[in-house]
Design a protein around this ligand. Structure first.
Ligand SMILES: C[S@@+](CC[C@H](N)C(=O)[O-])C[C@H]1O[C@@H](n2cnc3c(N)ncnc32)[C@H](O)[C@@H]1O
Length: 275
C-alpha cells in the first residue's frame, strides 16, 4: 500500500504538500476518516485502523452513530434558537458538516470550527461554504489551551460572545487527560443561556472497546475513557437537558429511528445549558 492519501497522487499545487502532516505516525482525525470510508489518510493511519477494528469490530458502527448524533444535536440546539456555534475537534470535513445541518433551518447561523490537526486545516475550505446570510470560519488551535482558542481574534470577529453560543465537543474529549479543567475553562466566559453538547467514549457500554483505547495510546494517541459518573461531573454547574447523560443512540433519536442497542456504541451523549 502506498503512503499517499487514498485515491490521490502527489500534486505540487496541493496544500497538503506545504504542511508537515507527520504521515509516519497515526493521527486521530485520519484514523477516523479511514474507518468512515474517507480518503484523507496514510499508511500509519490505516494500520492503526485495522488493529483497532480487530480489537473492536463495532467501532465503525459507533463512529457512524456518533456522526448521526452530532447532526441531531446540531438540529436540536438550532431548534432552541441557538445561532452561534463553536465546534471543537471538527475532524476532516465530511458532508453534511455542522454548518450545513444548522443552516438548513437557520441560514443566518454562524459556525466556528476548531481543530489542531494540520490535515484538517488543509481541508478547511470545505468548512467555509456558508450561506450568504450566515458565516463560517476555521481556527487552528489546541483545545488544551482554551484561553488562546477563546482569545482568537477570528472568534471575536465572527461571534458575539455576549450572546448565547453552543459549544460542541463531539468525540474529542477522549484526547484530553484533564477534561474537567478544560470544560470549566470553556464554559466560564460563555454567556448565560449558552449550551454545551458532548459525545464521549466510555468503557461502560461495550467493555471490549477498552482494548482500542489501549491501542490508540500505545500508538502515540493517548485516549482516556470516562465512566458515567465522570461524564456527569464534567457538566457540574450546568443544567443537563433531557434525557441526561445517556448511551449515544438514546439521545433524542430521530422520529422513526430504531435506536441501536446500548452496547452497539462506546459513547455517552449529553447536552447542558449554562444557567
Ligand atoms: C474522532 S475525531 C472527531 C471528529 C468530529 N468531531 C466528529 O465527531 O465527527 C477527533 C478530532 O479531534 C481533534 N483533536 C484531538 N485533540 C485535539 C486538541 N487537543 N485540540 C483540538 N482538536 C483536537 C482531532 O484532530 C480530530 O480531528
Amino acid at each position: 500500500m502506498s503512503d499517499a492519501p487514498q485515491g490521490t497522487r502527489p500534486d505540487p499545487q496541493n496544500p497538503l504538500d506545504q504542511i508537515d502532516l507527520q504521515t509516519d505516525r497515526p493521527h486521530s482525525a485520519r484514523v477516523y476518516d479511514y474507518i468512515m470510508g474517507g480518503k484523507d489518510n496514510y499508511l500509519a493511519d490505516r494500520e492503526t485502523a485495522a488493529t483497532v477494528l480487530a480489537d473492536w469490530p463495532g467501532l465503525r458502527t459507533s463512529m457512524l452513530a456518533n456522526r448521526a448524533c452530532m447532526h441531531r444535536m446540531a438540529r436540536y440546539l438550532t431548534s432552541l434558537g441557538i445561532r452561534q456555534f463553536i465546534d471543537v475537534g471538527t475532524g476532516i470535513p465530511s458532508s453534511p458538516n455542522l454548518h450545513e445541518v444548522v443552516q438548513r433551518t437557520a441560514p443566518d447561523a454562524r459556525v466556528i470550527y476548531v481543530d489542531n490537526d494540520p490535515i484538517v486545516l488543509a481541508h478547511a475550505r470545505a468548512l467555509l461554504t456558508s450561506t450568504p446570510e450566515g458565516r463560517t470560519a476555521y481556527i487552528q488551535a489546541d483545545m488544551r489551551s482554551p484561553e488562546s482558542l477563546l482569545g482568537d481574534p477570528v472568534l471575536d470577529d465572527v461571534l458575539d460572545l455576549s450572546r448565547p453560543v453552543a459549544v460542541t465537543l463531539i468525540a474529542v474529549l477522549q484526547f484530553v487527560e484533564d477534561a474537567q479543567s478544560l470544560m470549566e475553562a470553556i464554559v466560564e466566559p460563555l454567556a448565560s443561556g449558552s449550551y454545551l453538547a458532548i459525545t464521549i467514549p466510555t468503557g461502560d457500554l461495550a467493555p471490549e472497546s477498552r482494548r482500542l483505547a489501549n491501542e490508540y495510546t500505545r500508538r502515540g494517541i493517548p485516549m482516556y475513557l470516562r465512566d458515567r459518573a465522570e461524564v456527569e461531573r464534567l457538566l457540574t454547574g450546568l443544567e443537563v437537558l433531557d434525557p441526561g447523560v445517556v448511551p449515544m443512540p438514546r439521545w433524542h433519536p430521530a422520529p422513526g429511528d430504531e435506536p441501536l442497542a446500548d452496547t452497539a456504541t462506546n459513547m455517552y451523549a449529553a447536552a447542558a445549558r449554562k444557567p
